[in-house]
Design a protein around this ligand. Structure first.
Ligand code: BT5
Length: 279
């Protein structure tokens, strides 16, 4: 698929949202694609301007981190990628994940109203509390950067949110999954969600362009902080780390106090919130 599939005319209700926000210019809409992130990174799209947006109903090879997959049935979620050209030093790349997470969680919270809480799980999961207050994953962020002399010349901000997936459609996952429909019983418009997300992104990205770090606000939305956690590393290369997640550092690393009272910084890994009483 990918370069073989062609964009379709933009559905009128998506067009209306884009016109109302003035964002997502130009926008490419696909019925099916391999991955919205991969499409924006193809050489054929190299000259697209910052602000270009790709939206798909279905991805045959939706990407997660570390070669993992993002699975969603056709039309069940928001699958989008936004192109930005921040020209920031590479050390600021994590700001993009923070800004995307903050925009996604704000849009989700607005869409579901006060009856459920939305939050972020370090480093890139969008979470919703179920009826029992247990956190479940309703979305994920994948930021892919292109560097030029240690500066970010281009970044693709990929966001997947589960909107109308039913319980039967949820993919099996280490972090239990959910959707906005499952938690609220309501069918929320993907495009309205996209509009809110783009508006939040625009405001905080502009502030970050002016030098304002999103990290303090991100810390406030991280459900991980103050929790007992288990951190596992890619390919199980190191023994899992257990401890209490205390805060994040300026580079977005998670600072965990281990059982020996030592502070360890985790820069990449998967976090499970765990109940110390049950282990
Ligand atoms: C992520 O990776 O959570 C980032 C997902 C980003 C997806 C978007 S969709 C639009 C754009 N285009 C792309 O190709 N990708 C982006 P990670 O933290 O590695 O989590 C991946 C894991 O989440 C998988 O291994 C599954 O366990 C789980 N998972 C897969 N699909 C899911 C879903 N729909 N809902 C909840 N969990 C899911």
């Amino acid at each position: 698929m990918g370069s073989d599939s062609s964009p379709l005319p933009i559905p009128p209700d998506l067009e209306a949202v884009l016109l109302a926000t003035g964002l997502g210019q130009p926008c490419y809409y696909f019925g099916a694609i391999d991955s919205t992130n991969a499409w924006l990174r193809e050489p054929a799209q190299a000259d697209l301007p910052a602000g270009a947006l790709v939206v798909a109903d279905y991805q045959s090879q939706g990407k997660g981190r570390l070669g993992r997959r993002w699975e969603a049935p056709p039309g069940s979620g928001l699958l989008m990628s936004l192109l930005v050209r921040p020209d920031w030093p590479v050390s600021q790349a994590v700001w993009l994940t923070m800004l995307a997470g903050l925009a996604a969680v704000a849009a989700v919270q607005e869409a579901i109203g006060p009856r459920r809480r939305a939050g972020l799980k370090w480093p890139n999961d969008v979470m919703l509390a179920d009826a029992h207050g247990r956190w479940r994953k309703c979305g994920g962020i994948l930021v892919e950067t292109t560097l030029d002399h240690a500066r970010i010349s281009m970044a693709v901000i990929g966001i997947g949110l589960n909107v109308t997936l039913s319980a039967e459609q949820l993919p099996p996952a280490i972090t239990p999954a959910t959707s906005l429909l499952i938690e609220t019983g309501q069918t929320i418009s993907r495009w309205a969600l996209l509009g809110d997300l783009l508006r939040h992104w625009q405001t905080s990205y502009a502030a970050a362009q002016g030098g304002l770090s999103p990290q303090p606000v991100w810390n406030q939305r991280l459900i991980t902080l103050g929790q007992a956690v288990t951190v596992t590393y890619a390919a199980g290369e190191t023994a899992p780390l257990r401890g209490v997640a205390e805060t994040t550092d300026a580079w977005g690393g998670l600072i965990v106090r281990d059982a020996q009272g030592q502070r360890q910084t985790v820069n990449a890994g998967d976090v499970t919130l765990y109940d110390p009483a049950s282990s």
